[in-house]
Design a protein around this ligand. Structure first.
Ligand code: NAG
Ligand code: NAG
Ligand code: NAG
Length: 118
């Protein structure tokens, strides 16, 4: 089995008076699921809102040496909180991937993550 770690929160840049510029829901969908691919990892990145805080959380997926990731999908669950999720290491055609969710000031996030491959 592959291992996944959810690393909690570096976090906590207190930013007061930041103007919140709202943007459209930003899911991250990379690559595509092909026939024969399997769901390698399913996980949730979730943090509740905290006043005046920016929160971050990482998901680290490590496959074995022969694993190949074909698709990485992060979908926001529920009402949009204007968060962002991005790939910060590894990714498509690799055996591992690190995703980072970053909240807006005073918001949280809730992402359903799926990593597909073979
Ligand atoms: C390596 O991981 C893949 C999934 O990415 C799995 O299909 C395969 O069986 C694993 N191989 C070994 C040797 O564990
Ligand atoms: C992944 O590898 C395939 C062939 O093995 C190639 O066609 C494709 O462009 C690669 N994708 C990326 C994102 O490197
Ligand atoms: C990801 O895989 C590469 C080799 O493909 C390895 O060098 C690197 O240390 C791995 N990173 C993590 C975070 O597991």
């Amino acid at each position: 089995m592959k291992t996944a770690l959810i690393l909690c929160t570096l976090a906590a840049l207190a930013i007061s008076q930041a103007s919140v510029v709202k943007q459209a829901r930003a899911n991250l969908i990379l690559g595509s699921v092909r026939p024969g691919d399997r769901l390698l990892q399913s996980a949730v990145l979730y943090q509740p809102a905290i006043a005046n805080r920016v929160q971050t959380q990482d998901l680290i997926f490590r496959g074995n040496v022969s694993s190949r990731i074909s698709s990485i999908q992060a979908r926001e669950v529920g009402a949009s909180q204007y968060a962002q999720v991005r790939l910060i290491s590894g990714g498509l055609n690799r055996s591992n991937a690190t995703l980072r969710a970053t909240s807006r000031v005073s918001y949280g996030f809730n992402y359903q993550i799926q990593i597909w491959g073979r």
